[in-house]
Design a protein around this ligand. Structure first.
Ligand code: NDP
Length: 382
């Protein structure tokens, strides 16, 4: 593709803007009305709590059925295979208009970030700008304030954006799958990549309530980084391996497939196990961990199970999973390894920030925890 046609395909058409807005509209409306468990979020500094409707899995299932219903019907009854093609066509739109959707999402993110900044500076209490601080649902910075958990028409924007990003990633992957079916070049690598990512995304939505106690929701400010990260970065860069596999053929040996599966299963076990243990501990600090009473420091920090092996074992699990998503692409190119490399940098940086936050919040208890569990992410290495 020459530069001219590349630039041309980056200009969003009405169709791509319409697709994007319909997508957000669907998530906003169905996310608000579909039934789901109502989960209380972390307690804010003013003692209040936000509540989250965890119906991501239902919203996802309904959307995929609506878009791809034709595919299923087509497989069941070949006489209605027009519907089958129609289902595939719905997904193909994303691959065919990938660059336009990318630039439309970029513009959307830019506008949202700008609006958040304007809303923050208008509502900012200038009298409190002497020192950055958190008060209630607000983070007051030197020059402007920003809401820790901004709400729009009853929708929590942070929770909404990360849901849109994760579901967007699945839709892009399904679109890549539809393209490879259309081109008749579905192979082992593509199947493995699709299975791993689909499992990871479904699992994310199955345990969506765990998201309510993560750093992004409880501590991160919703600005440039989070908006672009959730809406643009997650769906478009996490799927790089899939795009790459559409254009490159890989011959995986059976041993490579087995090794790849082992990395995936290990990663999943550590990632989900660690996140679950923390979640269970926060709800009931006496709940057994690996069948034994938990070791608790200062009544607040868990030092058993994965949290007794490294202070962020969950990051290790996530990194192994990220690696397993790239291994189906073989080792002939560094491009598919962009995601695990990026995640490594992000999680090391995040671990440092979380460490600073916890050291300030838990003071001596945190210092004691660090003594008992000296490793940050990977025991004996880091
Ligand atoms: P954590 O889920 O590890 O949450 C950190 C918080 O947990 C701390 O701030 C503290 O909060 C609490 N905590 C820390 N140690 C303990 C302990 N020993 N006992 C009890 N509570 C403790 O981090 P994240 O929110 O960053 O990550 C959540 C998941 O999301 C991870 O698995 C991560 O890998 C994944 N992730 C994935 C990304 C991706 O792009 N794929 C990006 C970022 C995250 P408190 O004040 O509540 O005690």
């Amino acid at each position: 593709m020459d530069l001219n046609s590349l630039l041309h395909s980056l200009i969003p058409s009405f169709t791509s803007v319409g697709l994007l807005l319909s997508y957000f509209g669907y998530l906003a409306i169905f996310g608000s009305v579909l039934p789901g468990k109502i989960v209380p979020g972390a307690t804010l500094s003013d003692g209040t709590r936000l509540h989250y409707r965890c119906n991501g899995l239902l919203s996802l299932t309904l959307l995929v059925l609506l878009l791809g219903g034709g595919v299923a019907v087509g497989f069941v009854s070949p006489t209605v295979c027009n519907l089958c093609c129609c289902g595939i066509m719905h997904f193909l739109v994303i691959v065919d208009r990938g660059l336009e959707l990318l630039s439309a999402t970029f513009i959307f993110c830019f506008v949202v970030t700008l609006l958040l900044c304007v809303a923050g500076s208008i509502s900012h209490d200038k009298g409190s700008s002497l020192k950055p601080h958190v008060s209630g649902n607000w983070i007051h910075d030197w020059w402007f304030g920003i809401q820790l958990n901004p709400q729009f028409m009853g929708i929590d924007l942070k929770f909404f954006f990360v849901r849109a990003g994760m579901l967007g990633w699945l839709l892009i992957n399904l679109s890549i799958l539809a393209k490879s079916l259309q081109d008749s070049n579905l192979n082992r690598s593509m199947v493995l990549y699709q299975l791993y990512c689909t499992f990871y995304i479904l699992d994310y939505f199955f345990y969506e309530e765990y998201m309510t106690s993560t750093w992004d929701i409880i501590a991160e400010r919703l600005g440039f980084m989070l908006v672009f990260g959730d809406l643009l970065w997650i769906p478009f860069t996490f799927s790089i391996q899939g795009w790459w596999l559409l254009r490159n053929k890989v011959d995986l040996t059976t041993a490579a497939v087995v090794a790849n599966c082992i990395v995936f299963l290990m990663g999943y076990r550590i990632f989900r196990g660690a996140n679950r243990q923390k979640h269970v501990f926060k709800k009931n600090p006496k709940a057994p961990i690996w069948g034994k009473p938990p070791k608790v420091i200062g009544g607040k920090l868990l030092a058993s199970g994965y949290w007794g092996i490294a202070r962020h074992c969950n990051y290790l699990g996530d990194l192994l999973l990220a690696l397993s998503f790239s291994l189906p692409c073989g080792i002939s190119s560094p491009i598919p390894y962009f995601y695990p490399t990026y995640l490594l940098i992000l999680l090391i940086w995040r671990e440092r920030r979380d460490e600073a936050r916890c050291a300030e919040k838990y003071k001596d208890i945190w210092a004691e925890y660090c003594k008992i569990v000296p490793w940050r992410i990977l025991p004996y290495v880091y």
